[in-house]
Design a protein. Structure first.
Length: 171
């Protein structure tokens, strides 16, 4: 009996992840505009991507990442973090506004060691030759992380979730 419950629960979780993946592949654009906020360089995406897809995994404990609200970038693909731009002396990027195409590769749930109170992050990993070439044109090494869209955070504790909502991740 316990094995059956585990199998059904596992199938249910997997089914919602597969539904999310299928919806992303079929219902959303796979391009966005290159933007720059200070040193942070990113591909701007419709916030609806995250706001809609998070509903598929909310029952697993995932919530929207802390990128939404006044003065925050919302749904995006990071191209160059603020810290990396500062380290390499990246200035204003002339390609701002350029449309960037990407291809969805897979979804992934990762356990981020550097995010306090965050147990898991649900990502859609994407591939973009344009982003790789852009980094090369800017004199940057390949990105340390796969290009991705963060769909949701699963916090370690409710207090951690509240703390993160009031102190968004820096750009």
């Amino acid at each position: 009996m316990h094995k059956l419950i585990f199998v059904l629960l596992s199938f249910s979780l997997f089914a919602s992840e597969e539904t999310l993946w299928q919806r992303f592949c079929e219902d959303f654009s796979h391009e966005g505009a290159l933007c720059q906020e200070g040193d942070f360089l990113y591909v701007d995406l419709s916030d609806e991507v995250v706001h809609s897809l998070i509903e598929e995994i909310r029952d697993q404990g995932f919530v929207e990442p802390p990128y939404f609200g006044e003065g925050l970038v919302g749904a995006h693909i990071t191209v160059v973090s603020g810290e990396e731009a500062s380290a390499f002396g990246l200035g204003k990027v002339p390609q701002i506004g350029q449309l960037i195409q990407f291809k969805p590769l897979e979804y992934s749930i990762v356990n981020p060691p550097n995010l306090i109170n965050v147990d898991q992050v649900f990502l859609i990993v994407v591939e973009s030759r344009e982003l790789d070439e852009l980094r090369e044109d800017l004199g940057l090494p390949p990105s340390r992380f796969a290009h991705h869209i963060t769909i949701g955070f699963k916090y370690a504790t409710e207090e951690g979730a509240l703390e993160r909502r009031t102190a968004p991740l820096s750009r």
